[in-house]
Design a binder for this molecule. Sequence first.
Ligand code: ASP
Ligand code: MG
Length: 423
Amino acid sequence: MALIVHKYGGTSMGSTERIRNVAKRVAKWARAGHQMVVVPSAMSGETNRLLGLAKELSPAATTPELQRELDMIASTGEQVSVGLLAIALQAEGMPAVSYTGWQVPIETDSAFTKARIQRIDDQRVRADLAAGRVVIITGFQGVDAGSNITTLGRGGSDTSAVAVAAALKADECLIYTDVDGVYTTDPRIVEQARRLHTISFEEMLEMASLGSKVLQIRSVEFAGKYRVPLRVLSSFTPWDIPIDEEASSGTLITFEEDVKMEQAVVSGIAFNRDEAKISLLGVPDRPGIAFSILGPVAEANIDVDVIIQNVSHDGKTDFSFTVHRNDYARTMDLLKSVVVPKTGAAEVTGDTRICKVSIVGIGMRSHVGVASRMFQALSNEGINIQMITTSEIKTSVVIDEKYMELAVRALHKAFDLDQPAAA
Ligand code: ASP
Ligand code: MG
């Protein structure tokens, strides 16, 4: 017998018919002898609908007072879901009880619309589990020290599920969603992309932050920190498939030591079209120059990603970095008005038509020559590399956006990801 947390996304909860299917699936697990906690999202489209109503009355929720009310409204989507699921389970003959975040309670800070979980009281839930009930807890919401309802940010039910699993020291947290796992890259770009059976937390964080949007990234951070094994799997399989088959489907996100090396070095190819490149040309090269350029950028709360500084000639150098595209105009303005006068740079140029392509894999820790294999594959395709950054388990290049798909396909092939994994 194990303690298992299931999380169901909005699509899985999208109609009463689908909720009945969720109930049958959960009841199957409970009847197999597991203690079950379920964390559902609101029915699909519901959170948008609720926030849309608020927007009709007040277009921008800029004050904490307004944001408090947004959380009051948005949290009701999940409240409906848990109640419906509890009814569906009881109709299946399975004892079940639903709780909102404040009933558990799931305590958070007071950052309305993006609150962080601080503590979960597990007593009430444990008592229900011991009494043989399935416990259903709202995703996405919590309560602050002043008894105000808070929400965790869009997509936050993933984080709720992982936090509940961590608090209960669950054996596994299964995230049922509309994709059947984590892939070596986006199958819409590379037809041969394959599902990974396992991936480490660290790799998943690199993949997620680079654009493989399967899970809310905070939930993966949380799972890694509190050592909760996470499985992403499809909610579209028939509810009555054998439990062993279901329990080993999808992708297991887990500890590095448990990840069987599915292929030699690289687990996946990630990409990101959200960045823009900015260059300062002819900057006088002297100590403190990087700080005088990036200091004001940091002060304006703009995140910088890739950075390069060239070798200087005649006391001048070129300095380039990338920012999120949404911050591009703001950063350009800042450089022109503050940084150029201060540093005496000759010129500022920018390019929004770039993309970042990365190879990710814990295998890179123990293999040499991985980056050069990447550069060779890109050079074979005639793709020019503008910037490079590396970390222990990732190498990224910035290239012209128009070569993105070509680059992803070439790298997928170069690292043998087109081949089915060895058993
Ligand atoms: N219902 C919330 C949203 O739509 C939370 C979630 O689904 O994870 O963002
Ligand atoms: Mg989601």
